[in-house]
Ligand binder design. Structure first.
Ligand code: GDP
Length: 302
């Protein structure tokens, strides 16, 4: 089930309250069952769904007990129940942590990590374009020496986007490339320097080790985990593994335009207490939407 369908199902569950004469425990249970099923079908983590269900149930049961028999308050209970669901959906995608914001007039290093194919290289250029349009002098450093063609891909898309780039066809040490590129762009007073890293290695431990080494060499102001929207229930374990070694401070979920369910990637927020900052919504340079919890849930519910 894709996110648009999730929105429709959640909406239908919430509107079912309008047809009931009053919100009692039975009505509440039916609504929560529909909401739970819709979230699970979208691959939101089972524990998160159970927690959302319990919190809404707890809040609304307290309301039912407080104002039983009071007609005016019973009418208001529908609205309060809908609001409780809305608030819990927002907190699902809101860890309450402010992400790093690049500052003008200084050098901001942003390092992207994530498994191969999740959209890191594409997102690097999208991010550079995003900041460049907002007046930041931006550049990309390609430190992915593992995937053949990664530097070519960066070179082509950066050239198309008129963004400065750095990489090497001959140097095989990604740490050295990252250090050289960042040092060069710092000297040239670039304000946003985006570092692309490898997404695959012979050994997973080598991949994580390499990320730590690149991080030590370039000292990023912000590390971003790039997650494919189709990740599903694997999101929790994968995002935790990256958090342990790369300690990212923000998440970008890519391919939200496709047929992916999206709920798994959303679960990474709670698993790592890290905010989503952008959504990738296509293959083109400008297909990057800023993410904020409240507007996202409002839009989802239509
Ligand atoms: P990397 O291995 O993590 O660097 O991944 P790439 O940047 O090479 O992306 C892998 C594939 O996903 C490419 O075909 C991209 O065009 C595609 N891709 C990346 N982001 C998005 C997105 O937001 N939407 C869609 N539809 N495709 C994307």
């Amino acid at each position: 089930m894709v996110l648009a369908d999730l929105g429709r199902k959640l909406n239908a569950a919430l509107s079912s309250l309008n047809r009931a004469p009053v919100v009692d425990e039975k009505v509440l249970d039916v609504m929560l069952k529909e909401i739970t099923a819709a979230l699970l079908e979208t691959d939101v983590n089972v524990k998160l769904v159970a927690s959302l269900r319990n919190k809404v149930k707890h809040k609304v049961k307290a309301l039912i007990e407080q104002n039983a028999g009071d007609k005016a308050k019973e009418m208001n209970r529908k609205h309060l129940t809908q609001k409780a669901v809305f608030d819990e959906l927002v907190s699902l995608v809101d860890p309450g942590v402010e992400p790093y914001k690049p500052k003008k007039g200084q050098c901001n290093v942003v390092m992207l990590v994530g498994l191969q194919g999740n959209g890191k290289t594409t997102t690097c250029t999208k991010l550079a374009v995003h900041y460049q349009r907002r007046g930041f002098k931006s550049a990309i450093v390609c430190a992915d020496t593992f995937r053949a063609g990664a530097f070519d891909q960066t070179r082509q898309s950066a050239t198309r986007a008129k963004v400065a780039y750095f990489g090497s066809y001959t140097e095989t040490d990604p740490v050295s490339i990252a250090a050289q590129g960042v040092s060069k762009f710092k000297k040239e007073r670039f304000e946003v320097i985006i570092v692309d890293t490898s997404g695959r290695h012979k050994q997973e431990s080598e991949l994580f080790q390499e990320m730590v080494q690149i991080g030590d060499a370039v000292k990023p102001n912000m590390t971003v985990l790039v997650l494919d929207a189709s990740i599903g229930q694997a999101a929790e374990a994968q995002s935790r593994a990256f958090k342990d070694s790369a300690d990212f401070g923000a998440i970008i979920v890519t391919k939200m335009d496709g047929h992916a369910k999206g709920g798994g990637a959303i679960s990474a927020v709670a698993a790592t207490q890290t905010p989503i900052i952008f959504l990738g919504v296509g293959e083109h340079l400008h297909d990057l939407d800023r993410f904020s919890p409240q507007p996202f849930i409002s839009k989802l519910l239509g």
